[in-house]
Design a protein around this ligand. Structure first.
Ligand code: A3P
Length: 273
């Protein structure tokens, strides 16, 4: 080949699809879509748009299938995906460990487990309007305050239990725990922690965010759309039903030991109780 051809070739960016080097593994209703969309503002982040569910539902399809869902990326760009159910999937830690010998960066957006449960319930209710009341589903016996620990909406919030399984396969330093509450009140700070954790240049800042008072949530500016504001869709930031104060208090009490254990495991108090 002539030298001229080689030069032309080297100018063509070698884009290809790569397996993710970082995954948002949870938690459902924590604010996982917000975190992924915020990180996508970064020019060095390429992310799958929808949830691949590879390490839970689609593992038998193999890595080539998984890779095909990822957008093409240039050398030096980071490929990401988010599937919040991984955090509570028994097989997920061993499977993700096997992908890159435990070098995958894992992000977990955590939110007060009581609010998270209500958010989860609200989502289910939007699809099944005849759903029993939140209080009915939360307790085996309401008057005795016996919590229905098998209800998924509550089980997902026992973060310490789930994390214990992950820590058999990954060291603490492979994780970044993002506060779902701070992601709403102070998105730039949470995103800057994530940028640092992912080894990205600190390009996303306060200037990218704008608090939309109508929506009640931060919206964001993409560099390529001349400062136009983008907000997450209607299914993000739903109105929650009012829950009886006694039920709330009992659930807060129920989660307290799990929360404390979780704070200890991750070395950070998220301030839920
Ligand atoms: P609610 O709809 O209950 O308020 P996930 O993307 O993991 O499903 O999380 C959804 C939650 O993200 C929403 O729950 C909302 O509280 C939260 N969230 C965080 N930042 C947001 C933002 N900028 N816009 C909309 N929702 C956001």
């Amino acid at each position: 080949r002539s030298g001229e051809d080689a030069d032309t070739e080297s100018e063509i960016p070698a884009e290809r699809r790569r397996l993710p080097q970082a995954i948002i593994i949870g938690v459902k209703k924590g604010g996982t879509r917000a975190l992924l969309e915020f990180l996508r503002l970064h020019p060095d982040v390429r992310a799958a748009g929808s949830e691949p569910h590879f390490f839970d539902r689609n593992y038998q399809r193999g890595y080539d299938w998984y890779r095909s869902l990822m957008p093409p990326s240039l050398k030096g760009q980071l490929t990401m995906e988010k599937t919040p159910s991984y955090f509570v999937t028994r097989e997920a830690p061993a499977r993700i460990r096997a992908m890159a010998d435990g070098n995958t960066k894992l992000l977990v957006v955590v939110r007060d487990p009581v609010t998270r449960a209500i958010s989860d319930y609200t989502q289910t209710q939007s699809k099944r309007p005849g759903l029993p009341a939140f209080e009915e589903l939360s307790f085996r016996n309401v008057s005795a305050g016996i919590v229905e620990t098998h209800w998924n909406a509550l089980r997902i919030g026992m973060y310490a239990e789930h994390l214990q399984r992950w820590l058999r396969y990954f060291s603490r330093k492979q994780f970044l725990f993002v506060s779902g509450e701070r992601l709403v009140t102070d998105p730039a700070v949470e995103v800057s922690h994530a940028q640092r954790f992912l080894g990205l240049r600190p390009l996303i800042s306060e200037e990218n965010f704008y608090f939309n008072t109508t929506k009640g949530f931060p919206c964001f500016k993409k560099a390529e759309s001349q400062g136009q504001l983008h907000c997450l869709g209607k299914s993000k930031g739903r109105q929650h039903p009012n829950i009886q104060p006694e039920a709330l208090a009992r659930l807060q009490e129920f989660f307290q030991p799990f929360n404390r254990k979780f704070y200890q495991m991750v070395g950070h108090d998220f301030g839920w109780d």
